[in-house]
Design a protein around this ligand. Structure first.
Ligand SMILES: Cc1ncc(COP(=O)(O)O)c(C=O)c1O
Length: 465
């Protein structure tokens, strides 16, 4: 038998068994713990195994069951951070994409994959009101943000050939951590990221932004970009995008919108995102609020030439060999990636299967569920909201003891609520106040799951008394 050989019968039988395990998981999801009670020593005992020189063949299916005991199950009550739910048709798309193993680098290397990716990019741009934007799928919002800043820098303070010059980036204090990472990686330097204060509603303070830009300009310091959030990570606040666009234009700054969390909600509620289409670039993450399996982000930009200026650099061996705009199309001059996964397939299949309106409805449900949770919190005397609920994130805390101990008590309540296993929430800090946080970007969440958040937090408060 040849090394790594697998008969069609073996593949079919294994694929059916994997499908059975996955189907059992999905059909029994609601009864599962959301947060497994795995300890570090359990996962080490389960998986820290010696390199298997000889294969175990179909016994690998047992591994799937073992893995299941140590997961954060994608139930409707898994609502920490900005964690999507993994729509199953899209998961089938990932499976098929891996079997096909296309290199979505160029049309020439993957005609269907390249065309499907360009199509879904167009669908999503149209869906959020940014028709005509171009873009590429990436591994995640962090990479999309890094790429956007690379484009911004190349367009305002070119660095690709001669190296970097001092330059400055403006964003609010509530900006996602991927931005300080990006400015560091690009050599801009974190000290040159001007973190502008926010107002009470956690949106960027425009007067403070203008003052910071003016002060840099007077000192001869070159700003390159202003970044707005279309849904901050902590509270979901949406910066005033039209005003930011105006300021960017007035000062010749690239305007990037980090919509990794929120921008896809423009499909359901476009009025919340007025000004989005004024951006030079937008990050938005189908693996968050389009319920796609990880990994899948989209970087949209209005000028493909700006992307090419930042990323194109080709060796002879990747020459497209034709001038045809379709057959000569390459993705690798719009992104740092050369070999690329067929990410478009999952979006293509799940949108075609369910129809776009089903996604609009699911996002609308998540927005409504955040409002429901906010109402439940406001009607509970021992709980209070910490921030306005503008999108699908609810930051809140338990207030039932004296003020001096509340931060510590809320941290303990959060830990206990998670340990109880039913809901998975994350922590929040709003205007310096420690609390808990639920973020609904999950198509499985029901109103009962929303009520479970309150029940579990109150039970955890009792148990930590
Ligand atoms: C606003 C925002 N930007 C960027 C990111 C980074 O995205 P990713 O985790 O896909 O790299 C996140 C992640 O939650 C986010 O909420």
């Amino acid at each position: 038998m040849r090394a790594l050989s697998l008969s069609p019968q073996e593949f079919r039988s294994l694929a059916y068994r994997v499908t059975d395990v996955a189907t059992d998981l999905l059909s029994g999801l609601d009864a599962r713990r959301t947060f497994s009670d795995s300890a570090g020593e359990d996962t080490t005992a389960a998986f820290d195994q010696p390199l298997p020189e000889a294969g175990v063949r179909e016994a690998i299916v047992d591994d799937l069951e073992l893995i299941l005991r140590h997961v954060r199950a994608p139930t409707g009550r898994r609502v920490p951070y900005v964690l999507g739910s993994g729509e199953p048709i899209a998961a089938l798309g990932d499976f098929y994409a891996s079997v096909l193993n296309q290199n979505a680098s160029t049309w020439r290397s993957a005609p269907a994959a390249a065309t499907i990716e360009r199509t879904v990019v167009g669908w999503l741009a149209q869906g959020i009101g940014c028709e005509g934007f171009d873009g590429v799928l990436t591994s995640g919002g962090s990479l999309s943000n890094l790429m956007a800043l690379a484009m911004a820098r190349e367009s305002r303070a070119a660095a690709n050939e001669e190296g970097g010059q001092p330059c400055f980036v403006y964003a609010s204090e509530e900006i996602h951590m991927s931005i300080p990472k990006a400015v560091a990686l690009l050599g801009i330097g974190r000290a040159n990221l001007r973190l502008i204060p926010v107002r009470d509603d956690l949106r960027i303070d425009l007067a403070a932004l203008e003052a910071a830009i003016a002060s840099d300009e007077q000192a001869g310091r070159r700003g390159i970009a202003v970044i707005g959030s279309a849904g901050t990570i902590m509270t979901g606040a949406i910066d005033p995008l039209p005003e930011l666009a105006e300021i960017a234009r007035a000062h010749d700054l690239w305007f990037h919108v980090d919509g990794a969390y929120g921008a896809l909600a423009a499909i359901a509620q476009p009025t919340k995102f007025e000004g989005l289409a004024l951006a030079d670039s937008i990050s938005l993450d189908p693996h968050k609020w389009l319920y796609q399996p990880i990994d899948c982000s989209l970087l949209l930009h209005r000028d493909i030439e700006a992307a090419r200026r930042a990323f194109s650099y080709s060796d002879e061996y990747v020459k497209p060999m034709t001038d045809d705009p379709i057959e000569g199309f390459v993705f690798f001059d719009q992104t740092p990636e050369l070999t690329r996964r067929f990410r478009g397939l999952k979006i293509w299949l799940s949108v075609r299967y369910h129809g776009f309106d089903a996604f609009r409805e699911a996002i609308g449900e998540n927005l409504r569920q955040a409002t429901l949770l906010a109402q439940l919190i406001e009607s509970e005397s021992s709980l209070e909201l910490l921030a306005p609920v503008g999108l699908s994130t609810v930051c809140f805390r338990w207030t039932g003891s004296d003020a001096a101990t509340l931060d510590d008590r809320n941290e303990r309540i959060l830990r206990r609520a998670i340990e109880r296993g039913r809901v998975w929430l994350s922590n929040s800090k709003v205007h310096g106040v420690v609390g808990l946080r639920a973020c609904f970007v999950n198509h499985r969440t029901t109103d009962d799951d929303v009520r479970a958040v309150v029940d579990e937090v109150l039970a955890a408060a009792d148990e930590t008394a």
